[in-house]
Design a binder for this molecule. Structure first.
Ligand SMILES: C[S@@+](CC[C@H](N)C(=O)[O-])C[C@H]1O[C@@H](n2cnc3c(N)ncnc32)[C@H](O)[C@@H]1O
Length: 267
């Protein structure tokens, strides 16, 4: 039987609470910094970071002088974000909720951001309509998404083979990594699109060392291990094979390119 939308969200909340996303996310901190720069955040601007996790874009946006709200489905991640913001000496409002139903007034933000968070909400058009609704005219919606062609694309597709099939109202997160899909979602709401492809590099002592670190922390892998039992080893081996193929280091260490698409949409 198809999974109801509320059950799907409950499951998503449980999955993203697993592992140690906050620790792992520090390896992609450069993406939040770049997105904030490209979104053109200036002191005093109101900024919403949708599906903010522990604050990878939220905290740099506040450092740039924005009046920032971090928004996420998972209370545990918001709490960790709050602690990181305190340590960084910035003030941020942390709000819990669902990207498909933003609890904010129309046109209330100058900038709406998301790094690798918006992509996991199942109904893409709903998310875009909400992001556009809360962003003021002349504002910017800026997102970062792993590309389907990159190593994280391979990882997510491989992980998907071991999960129950997604319900038919859920689009693939990786579609957000296609410029055409982003153009279609925003349609006439957008005045101008800018797209940039970048690479986040993961460096580690070796592929195996990275696998040990990652499998203990990445929420969907921790959830998959609990669900799959012994079959998890098969998934782990496939993921390691992806990383070995993509690894650009030739001295036994790991230097892994993770390509992503930055979409800067001017309203
Ligand atoms: C890969 S993490 C990205 C977090 C953060 N933006 C970063 O760059 O580190 C995905 C995030 O999306 C959040 N998320 C997933 N579905 C969501 C939804 N429907 N509404 C709000 N947040 C959601 C998860 O809780 C998680 O924090």
């Amino acid at each position: 039987m198809a999974v109801r939308l509320d059950e799907f969200k409950t499951r998503q909340r449980a999955v993203w609470s697993e592992g140690d996303y906050g620790g792992l996310s520090e390896r992609i901190a450069d993406v939040g910094e770049l997105l904030v720069e490209r979104a053109g955040i200036e002191p005093g601007m109101t900024v919403l970071d949708v599906a903010c996790g522990t604050g990878n874009a939220t905290i740099p946006a506040a450092r740039a002088g924005g009046r920032v709200t971090g928004f996420d489905l998972v209370p545990k991640l918001l709490e960790e974000g709050r602690a990181k913001a305190e340590a960084a000496g910035v003030e941020i409002a942390w709000v819990e909720g669902d990207a498909e139903e933003l609890p904010f007034e129309d046109h209330s933000f100058d900038r709406v951001l998301s790094t690798f968070g918006h992509m996991f909400a199942p109904r893409h058009q709903r998310v875009v309509d909400e992001m556009v609704r809360v962003c003021r005219g002349g504002g910017v919606v800026a997102t970062a998404t792993w590309t389907p062609e990159g190593t994280v694309g391979d990882l997510l597709r491989t992980g998907g083979e071991y999960m129950p099939p997604p319900p038919d109202y859920a689009s693939s997160p990786l579609l957000w990594g296609s410029e055409e899909h982003v153009r279609e979602l925003f349609g006439p709401a957008a005045r101008e699109f800018e797209f940039e492809r970048h690479v986040n590099w993961i460096e580690a002592e070796s592929v195996d060392a990275w696998a040990d670190y990652f499998m203990e922390r990445f929420p969907t892998m921790v959830a998959a291990r609990a669900m799959l039992g012994e079959r998890f080893d098969e998934l782990r081996d496939k993921v390691i094979a992806i990383w070995r193929t993509a690894n650009e280091a030739d001295d036994g260490t790991m230097r892994l390119p993770q390509e992503y698409l930055l979409s800067i949409v001017r309203l």
